[in-house]
Ligand binder design. Structure first.
Ligand code: SF4
Length: 363
């Protein structure tokens, strides 16, 4: 059964980007689109941060970013690193010394905005340290904090302004002979985000980190990210993604995998197909599908699981799935690999389905 793999058919022609590594995770040059997220615990609180990173790892997060606001946080990074597996990226603003401390504490990558790190000489010091340790730096351009001269030129944080800002920073790094970089250009405006990446995609071959920043709550944020990230990935642009939500970061990771699944790029976890219900439904389908979703958490392979309300579309979908149910009046039919297995009362349906899926995947 397919799991967590990159598809490489003709619909997935990817922008040619150079390969870099964040820890042991490859990015670019055809590597699977990597899923990342960011902790929202206080980085200085080692046990809470380690706890959250472990939850993120369980959800499939492959790269974790942490805010490093001060030296205590940089010091904590060292202790956190010793207890987790995922590569850690230190997110630094304003103070180049924190970047150096984070590298020394074992960061696997840095995210900085070169515009606010304190000038070329400070940036040179950071790059020297990153070069010595062989770690990449993400140049993170944000529509909300563009350089003044670029803002003056364009008037607003337009896609052209964002791409020019990124290019300016890239040239600065290239001047210092440092190419171990990836690029992000984030805006809360979906169309601007898409256009900025498109503009830059033909000009450089560095890997792109995609995201729509400050995207919002679970529904609005997921939709904005799915459209912004999804449209770019569909065009072959993007090497790693972070869905940004005002929510537990574990939800970001789940949303990221759903985006990758929808584009047939990667699969992780069961695909649950469920109907919206209508006046024909005679079982409590919402309760059943929630129970099934919870019961299948932790499974990393990707069986197709159908939970359908009635006999109109139910048997068809349930037959196409690896395992499925189609509801009737207070009961339902279980299908497995296209064959009817048996009828079960409504209260048993969720558990029968969970049991059959686990048998199928060997869980
Ligand atoms: Fe309605 Fe049946 Fe379709 Fe569900 S499967 S939406 S209950 S017709």
């Amino acid at each position: 059964m397919e799991t967590n793999e990159q598809k490489n058919d003709s619909r997935h022609q990817r922008r040619k980007s150079r390969r870099i590594f964040v820890g042991d995770i490859p990015l670019g040059d055809g590597a699977p689109v990597a899923v990342q997220s960011m902790t929202n615990t206080d980085t200085r609180d080692v046990s809470s941060t380690v706890g959250q990173i472990k939850q993120l790892e369980d959800a499939g997060c492959e790269i974790v970013r942490l805010a490093i606001p001060d030296e205590i946080a940089a010091d904590a990074l060292h202790k956190i690193k010793a207890e987790v597996k995922a590569p850690l990226i230190a997110d630094i603003h304003f103070d180049y010394r924190l970047a150096i401390s984070a590298i020394k504490a074992g960061a696997d990558g840095l995210r900085i905005n070169p515009g606010n790190i304190g000038g070329r000489d400070k940036l040179e010091k950071v790059i020297k340290e990153a070069r010595e340790r062989g770690i990449p730096i993400r140049i993170g351009v944000n529509a909300g904090s563009l350089q003044k001269d670029i803002l003056d030129k364009y008037g607003h944080p337009t896609p052209e302004a964002m791409a020019e800002s990124a290019l300016e920073h890239i040239r600065l790094f290239e001047d210092m002979d440092f190419n171990n970089i990836k690029i992000s250009m984030k805006s809360s405006n979906v169309l601007n985000t898409i256009s900025a990446y498109e503009l830059l995609s033909g000009k450089v071959d560095y890997p792109f980190h995609l995201g729509v920043t400050e995207a919002g709550t679970l529904i609005s944020g997921t939709v904005k990210n799915a459209i912004g990230i999804g449209m770019l990935l569909y065009k072959g642009i993007g090497d790693t993604i972070r869905v940004s939500l005002s929510r537990d970061p574990v939800e970001e990771v789940k949303a990221a995998y759903e985006i990758l699944r929808a584009l047939d790029l990667r699969r992780r976890g069961p695909e649950i197909i469920s109907c919206p219900t209508c006046g024909r439904c005679e079982i409590d389908l919402f309760h059943i599908v929630e129970t099934v979703e919870k019961g299948l958490q932790g499974i990393t392979s990707s069986p197709k699981v159908a939970v359908m309300g009635c006999v109109v579309n139910g048997p068809g979908e349930a037959r196409e799935a690896d395992v499925g149910i189609a509801g009737g009046r207070g009961q339902g039919v279980l299908f497995k690999k296209g064959e009817v297995v048996d009828k079960f009362p409504e209260e048993e349906l969720a558990w029968v389905l969970i049991r059959e899926v686990k048998k199928l995947v060997g869980g």
